[in-house]
Design a protein around this ligand. Structure first.
Ligand code: NAP
Ligand code: MG
Length: 404
């Protein structure tokens, strides 16, 4: 069988721990036997990030901008405990995802991978719900402090023109806590563009929610920018028969729970953080969640939503076979290959990505799954727990049959 050809390289970002092991297995068993893989490889493993003083992360993000599509393995974000675990680290390097996100100015879209045997906790959810989380500002870039006497807090903006604007935050009669947060119109606009574009690409309705009844100016800015941007996408939305819908966050929560799913829910940074955990848990498992970073110009980076699965890695190091779920990482690969195929007009490559996903579904529907899923299976379905390698072999077998 001739291998499927590629014309433009895919940016490949390798990562850490158990997901790094899965990464190689997926390539060996599911990609390299079938695709003449053209990739520009960046090793984002923690020790290599350290050796390059994190330059490799920046290089990988810039390569993504250049080529348009990347696939990323989960990576360790060092904390105090990791600094002890890896004494050779010269700095507590920042989250690679954060670095890439800010270089690409991207929005993260997360969607569950649904199978018949695992029903969402919310009975009426029939289709996936995709959460689009704004990845800049608000409480994540806020400053806060505590005061211990009566007084007044004011907030001043100093313009480069020399103009100043001061408001009184509050007068207090005792100890108090304070917080100053911001967002940038440019970032909100990129967020809006990415959401409208992704809705068009995936032909789904877009919902957006904030609390503009309370934060009239702050959240009002988000609402207004989305409305302005929508004007540029309206015609395409009408043509596709999809809609844009704005509502208050509390109303959105109620509607989401009563809905059938099948739409994108755009959330501000904090709402997206919390709601994506709720939605993924209700759909089953983080190991069955895809995640894609979309830049306003359409540049995309595909990854898994979960981390490096450290506990499994330490079992693996002891020589144990682990039953780590590779689904989200496989779907990062299939998503990236499909996108590369679309952009380069390579129908074989796009079809390969689709067949790879179909082979995964067939495997799961045959009751062959990793341990994390077996416990979630509904009565009436049978499932056998296999280890990661056995799962990948079962997928490879089905994929081969589809490609023959
Ligand atoms: P995690 O790697 O997602 O794992 C947490 C637990 O969830 C695991 O111990 C495992 O539970 C279960 N799990 C997650 N993915 C699974 C899979 N594919 N198959 C089976 N079970 C799975 O989160 P963490 O332990 O909090 O973080 C570990 C490292 O990942 C940290 O260093 C963090 O910085 C990094 N991280 C990276 C990313 C990213 O690059 N996108 C995201 C999050 C975290 P059991 O042990 O019960 O089986
Ligand atoms: Mg979270």
């Amino acid at each position: 069988m001739d291998k499927i050809k590629m014309t433009t390289p895919l940016v490949e970002m390798d990562g850490d721990e158990m997901t790094r092991i899965l990464w190689q297995m997926i390539k060996d068993k599911l990609i390299l036997p079938f695709v003449d893989l053209k990739s520009e490889y960046y090793d984002l493993g923690l020790l290599h990030r350290n050796e390059t003083r994190d330059q490799v992360t920046v290089d990988a993000a810039n390569a993504t901008k250049k080529y348009g599509v990347a696939v990323k393995c989960a990576t360790i974000t060092p904390n105090k405990q990791r600094m002890e675990e890896y004494p050779q680290l010269t700095e507590m390097w920042k989250s690679p995802n954060g670095t890439i996100r800010s270089i690409l100015d991207g929005t993260v879209f997360r969607a569950p991978i649904c199978i018949d045997a695992i029903k969402p906790v919310v009975k009426n959810w029939k289709k996936p719900i995709t959460i689009a989380r704004h990845a800049y500002g608000d409480v994540y870039k806020s400053v806060d402090f505590h005061t211990d006497e009566p007084g007044e807090c004011t907030m001043t903006f100093k313009g480069v023109s020399g103009k100043e604007h001061t408001v009184s935050v509050q007068k207090v009669d005792g100890p108090a806590v304070w917080q100053g947060a911001h967002n940038k119109d440019s970032s909100i606009r990129s967020f809006a563009k990415a959401c409208f574009q992704y809705a068009i690409d995936t032909k789904q309705d877009l919902w957006f929610s904030t609390k503009d009844t309370i934060a009239k100016i702050y959240d009002g800015d988000f609402k207004a920018i989305f409305e302005e941007e929508f004007e540029h996408y309206k015609a395409k939305f009408e043509e596709l028969g999809i809609s844009y819908f704005y509502t208050l966050i509390d109303d959105a929560v109620a509607r989401v729970i009563r809905s059938e799913g099948g739409y994108i829910w755009a959330c501000k940074n904090y709402d997206g953080d919390v709601m994506s955990d709720m939605v993924s848990t209700a759909f089953g498992s983080l190991a069955m969640m895809t995640s894609v970073l979309v830049a306003p110009d359409g540049t995309t980076e595909y990854e898994a939503a979960h981390g490096t699965v450290t506990k499994h890695y330490y079992k693996y190091l002891k020589g144990e076979k682990t039953s780590t779920n590779p689904m989200a990482t496989i779907f990062a690969w299939s998503g990236a290959l499909k996108k590369r195929g679309e952009l380069d007009g390579l129908t074989d490559l796009t079809a390969f990505g689709e067949k790879l996903e179909a082979a995964c579904f067939e495997t799961l529907n045959a009751g062959i799954m990793t341990k994390d899923l077996v416990g979630l299976v509904e009565p009436g379905f049978t499932a056998t727990a296999v280890n990661s390698e056995e799962f990948l072999d079962a997928v490879a077998q089905r994929l081969q049959a589809k490609l023959a």
